[in-house]
Design a binder for this molecule. Structure first.
Ligand SMILES: *Cc1c(COP(=O)(O)O)cnc(C)c1O
Length: 466
């Protein structure tokens, strides 16, 4: 399997190279050259498989010849060994025709673990094969950083440096990162905002000699391997509801468009997916696009669902490329104009195609709180603010006879303030995190300057090698 860039000017790469490269050289995102698909009997044969085995089957065509099947099965088994639910991605019913799939049973209580745990295993495997080392530098507003740290802790071939905006993440989120004391993990508390953190990471990557010296790599959601590792749970849900003979729809609380792009990918592979529903908070660029072809950037406003507080959904570029009939030149032109003008000019034909499959619903904080309360009162289900938005979108677009599965992306204990406000209940942290508030923390505070961050990255790489 080879991968090509959405902007058409980067070399085609193998799965392992895409894993290590992240973003394409031409600024585009990598996609498979052709979409793999499964036959009716292949889908049927996956029914009833334990989740890690199902994941290995679904990932195999994306990985191609880079990793043999037995190894891939072992890596998937190790990736999900630390989850605290035997089904890994359990399904629950909340209303007639409306179901929830819980993706938060991994170590950091958010769905980022689903892909990141697989990525940690893949990195280790590929770097061992190549006898090489990489330095992962990333910015986080909360969930991605802790998922990356948990997936990479203790791995000699990986140095991980995560920047978070000092004092601007929740205490649970900060402690999930800063209480990991392994030698290969460095937390930097940046005196600035999340945007400053992202700019500082970009500055590290833009310094070519530094990037090469340090073997920089990224694990943000533009990495194709992350999307691929999110496809299996859509397959798992659909098979449980009668696929490939029966259709199913999905509702996904959406930020960077990574999770829902994985659902779209499952459909591309032949899974009978009827409808895809995007849930947004007040940062509703995707819902505005779906309702009115209005993809215009606005200021980010903080909400009860911080992991969806973004103004640009980077993975949308992959869908755009497909909607444009894989015209890389047109895709590059539209994306460049979007960056400079703040408005994405999507051709009417492409927009209409998107609307046949996707719908969008946006909830403000008051609507989110009402949804959390109502779900708890009527269905005795505790959904965190992100998941509640997905469930609301699922209810809005549910059709008779087609099961609607909403993705629950975070454990309610991750957002205790919102849960108390909506329901009066303070959800308990799972056993493995019970002592989180008494654990030792370690992080360095740095000013928001590229030099300070680069020095810290150099020091991190040296101390991991020692
Ligand atoms: C990251 C995240 C999302 C958004 O997922 P995307 O793939 O960026 O669309 C939603 N909910 C939670 C809890 C998250 O951590």
């Amino acid at each position: 399997m080879r991968y090509i860039s959405t902007r058409g000017k980067a070399p085609a790469l193998s799965f392992s190279d895409v894993l290590l490269a992240g973003l394409a050289e031409d600024g585009g995102l990598y996609l498979p050259e052709t979409w793999p698909s499964f036959s009716l009997s292949e889908w049927q044969a996956m029914r009833g498989l334990p989740y890690p085995e199902l994941a290995a089957r679904v990932l195999a065509p994306f990985v191609g010849d880079d990793i043999d099947e037995a190894t891939l099965r072992r890596l998937c088994a190790q990736a999900y060994a630390g989850f605290d639910h035997p089904a890994i991605v359990p399904l629950t019913q909340v209303e007639d025709g409306l179901f929830v799939q819980e993706l938060f049973h991994g170590p950091t209580l958010a769905f980022k673990d689903m892909a990141m745990q697989v990525l940690g295993q893949l990195f280790e495997h590929v770097l061992t094969q190549r006898d090489s080392h990489v330095t992962i530098v990333g910015a986080t507003s909360g969930d991605t950083g802790s998922a990356a740290i948990e997936a990479c802790r203790g791995r000699k071939r990986l140095s991980v440096v995560i920047l978070h905006p000092k004092g601007r993440t929740s205490e649970v989120q900060r402690r999930q990162m800063t209480t990991v004391l392994d030698a290969n993990i460095t937390n930097l508390a940046v005196e600035g905002t999340f945007d400053d953190c992202q700019d500082l990471v970009k500055a590290c990557f833009a310094d070519a000699p530094f990037r090469q010296d340090m073997h920089l790599s990224a694990v943000n959601s533009i990495n194709w391997a992350r999307i691929a590792a999110q496809v299996p749970y859509y397959v798992y849900a659909a098979l449980n509801f009668g696929a490939p003979e029966r259709e199913v729809s999905f509702a996904v609380p959406t930020g960077n468009f990574g999770n829902i792009l994985a659902a779209w990918t499952a459909r591309k592979m032949g899974l009978p997916v009827r409808h895809l529903c995007v849930g947004s908070n007040r940062n509703d660029i995707l819902t505005r696009f779906l309702n009115a072809n209005d993809m215009t950037m606005k200021e980010v406003v903080p909400s009860l669902s911080p992991s969806m507080d973004i103004q640009v959904s980077s993975n949308f570029e992959r869908l755009l490329f497909e909607l444009l009939g894989r015209d890389a030149e047109a895709c590059a032109r539209i994306m460049t104009t979007f960056r400079t003008s703040g408005h994405m000019d999507v051709p009417a034909e492409a927009w209409n195609t998107a609307r046949e499959l996707f719908s969008g619903l946006a909830l403000d904080d008051a609507g989110t709180e009402t949804e959390i309360r109502t779900l708890h009162q009527r269905s005795n289900y505790l959904a965190d603010p992100h998941s509640a938005i997905g469930i609301a979108a699922g209810r809005r677009f549910r059709e008779p006879g087609v099961p609607m599965v909403a993705m629950a992306t975070a454990h309610p204990a991750k957002f205790p303030d919102a849960m108390v406000a909506a329901t009066g209940i303070h959800p308990a942290l799972p056993v493995h995190l019970e002592d989180l508030f008494s654990r030792e923390e370690r992080y360095r505070t740095v000013p928001a300057t590229p030099d300070a961050v680069k020095d810290a990255v150099r020091a991190a790489v040296l101390s991991n090698a020692a």
